[in-house]
Design a protein around this ligand. Structure first.
Ligand code: GTP
Ligand code: MG
Length: 579
């Protein structure tokens, strides 16, 4: 293939790739908004959970509450930061998502901009030869420098004398990201590693991180420095697709033209090139950077030779420059792997964000687990305390109602008027309620609300009427009773005639009743009351005390449960959103 054929094929491939890269957007857009929605929902849920404020004098509970809400707030801001970082990265991706982005990266003066100017094709156009570049408008370089955008004719290069062409302010130029578009491809020329400021390096790395393919350049005169391998290792670790160009693979020969000595640019010797490539490849293996093939991903080139070849129409020199091979490789990648690589960048971005968020969620879940443990311990402790507490108030209640019943029965003994079951019941209810509420208020800071809810349930019930107890006793009485009888004999008949009544005496046994007072029915009432109190202390009182003692801890358990649930949900959803 002639040099112009190679160039045309490359440019045509860039032109026809335009449509392909325009269509890739939708699928990762969907993923991206999925992650955002998931996080928004998560944020709402967590904010809802911690909106419930807890203020208590119980140190353990307050500490747990403060810890949990701090943990959750940290988690929210951590997750927000992840999303923000991603958005920043995504902004770049979104801006250039419709093109295949190649970033040139490497040490300062490696020949990055010089190479870019070749690819941009303006120098080729200026040679006056018709090429596929003519199908496109003459590209201009866009310069992004600290938020300012400008354009220029070509990428700023360092001139051979060391002056920087087109660089009015050297700081400005080196900090700039320069780019141009060629069909479906955008070429990013980054400030070199080792350029004056750290910020510039960071800027370059940001672009490199977001590009679809990296062309790493290293001067073949000093190829493979420690720094080069560090950078390459990093790219490899990030899973970035990259080509390694060993640049400026040329040298100057002195030749005689007539009797004049002239300098001629020649390729470095075949042996020289091979040695450099061999060395680099062995070093790559040594640094565990696998998958780069000599003559494919690792290539010795001379852009200067390529330019000279074009100027002189020297096909052999162009072949020697290896630029044709480089263009071939770029064409091939754009045609065959471009779509996959293009998807990989935002996909990796989303996955990295998801992983970072997942890590935070899992960490927070572990922390919350610790709080849950401490609350469970607290609950255990409380339940032991509660048992003791209930065991203390039960005899207290029995003592108090015993006293009330005794007092009342004393009154009855004096007045003899009974106290109805209803009256006595309400008196006992009052007493029991007083004992319990007094004890609870003394023990638990916020028991009022629950106590008032329990007024009905803390019902002793009817224990009967408190009254004097009587007994009816039956007894037999023998009496002599005289009953009239008929007169006997003459005299008695005469007496009867004159009105005398004759009677007979008889001994008669009669049953009579007597009501005996047995005193007030205090013991009987007391026994019923004791049973009723014991019954209350079986379920109702322990349940109420549990409610009171857990009054503060319950919302905490709820906060924990709700946030654990949200975290679980977010983890599952994010896992499913991975690319
Ligand atoms: N002999 C020779 N010189 C080259 C070649 N490529 C670039 N140069 C020279 O190397 C110097 C640096 O080139 P640039 O392209 O500006 O280097 P850079 O990597 O962009 O440098 P920074 O942008 O400062 O990081 C310039 O003087 C170029 O003329 C080449 O293939 N052969
Ligand atoms: Mg440059």
């Amino acid at each position: 293939m002639g040099m112009y054929e190679g160039i045309n094929e490359f440019v045509d491939a860039m032109i026809s790739s335009e449509e392909k890269f325009r269509d890739i957007k939708a699928s990762f857009d969907k993923k991206n908004s999925g992650v955002e929605q998931c996080i928004q929902k998560f944020r709402r849920d967590i904010l809802g959970a911690i909106s419930q404020k807890v203020e208590t004098e119980d140190e353990d509970i307050q500490k747990a509450y403060d810890g949990i809400s701090a943990e959750l707030s940290n988690l929210l801001s951590g997750v927000a930061k992840c999303i923000e970082d991603t958005k920043k990265g995504m902004k770049f991706i979104t801006e250039y998502e419709q093109s295949f982005n190649i970033a040139v990266f490497g040490k300062v003066k490696a020949g990055k901009s010089y190479l870019g100017n070749f690819i941009m094709g303006n120098a080729i156009r200026d040679l006056g030869k018709e090429t596929s570049y003519d199908k496109l408008e003459r590209p201009r370089v866009e310069v992004y420098d600290r938020g300012k955008k400008s354009t220029r004719e070509r990428l700023a290069e360092i001139s051979e004398e060391g002056n920087e062409e087109f660089r009015v302010d050297p700081n400005e130029a080196t900090s700039a990201i320069q780019l141009f578009r060629l069909g479906g491809m955008t070429w990013f020329d980054t400030p070199g590693i080792g350029s004056i400021t750290w910020e510039n390096e960071m800027l370059a790395k940001e672009y490199v991180d977001n590009a679809d393919l990296i062309v790493y350049t290293s001067n073949s005169d000093a190829a493979g420095t420690r720094q080069d391998f560090m950078e390459l290792k990093e790219l490899h670790r990030k899973g970035k697709a990259f080509l390694l160009l060993l640049t400026q693979s040329d040298t100057v020969d002195e030749d005689m033209e007539g009797d004049e000595i002239i300098s001629v640019l020649v390729p470095k010797s075949e042996k020289d090139r091979r040695d450099t490539e061999d060395y680099i490849c062995s070093m790559l293996r040594e640094n565990d950077i696998a998958g780069l093939d000599q003559g494919q991903e690792v290539l010795t080139v001379s852009v200067k030779l390529a330019f000279t070849a074009l100027e002189n129409g020297n096909e052999q020199m162009f072949r020697d420059s290896n630029l044709g091979k480089f263009l071939e490789i770029l064409t091939d990648i754009t045609r065959n792997e471009g779509a996959r690589l293009k998807m990989k960048t935002p996909g990796d971005r989303i996955n990295a964000t998801i992983l970072a968020i997942l890590e935070q969620l899992k960490e927070a879940r572990q922390e919350l687990e610790k709080y849950r443990e401490s609350l469970i311990q607290k609950q255990k402790h409380m339940s032991e305390q509660r048992k003791l507490f209930v065991e203390q108030i039960q005899p207290e209640c029995l003592k108090k109602i015993g006293r009330v019943i005794r007092e009342k029965s004393n009154e009855i003994e004096n007045s003899e008027s009974p106290i109805s079951a209803a009256e006595l019941g309400s008196l006992l209810n009052q007493t029991v309620y007083q004992v319990i509420s007094h004890a609870c208020i003394g023990e638990f800071a916020k028991s009022g609300e629950i106590l008032s809810r329990y007024t009905e349930k803390l019902n002793v019930g009817s224990v009967g009427e408190l009254k004097m107890k009587t007994d009816t006793i039956e007894y037999k009485v023998q009496k002599v009773v005289s009953t009239p009888r008929d007169p006997h004999g003459l005299w008695e008949h005469i007496g009867s005639f004159f009105g005398k009544i004759y009677s007979r005496s008889e001994l008669v046994t009669k049953t009579e009743m007597s009501v005996v007072s047995l005193g007030v029915n205090e013991q009987q009432i007391m026994a019923v009351a004791r049973d009723k109190i014991n019954e209350l202390f079986e379920e109702t009182v322990p349940a109420m005390v549990k409610e009171i003692s857990e009054y503060l801890i319950a919302p905490m358990i709820q906060i924990l449960a709700a946030s654990e649930e949200s975290i679980r949900g977010a983890i599952a959803e994010l896992e499913s959103l991975k690319c």
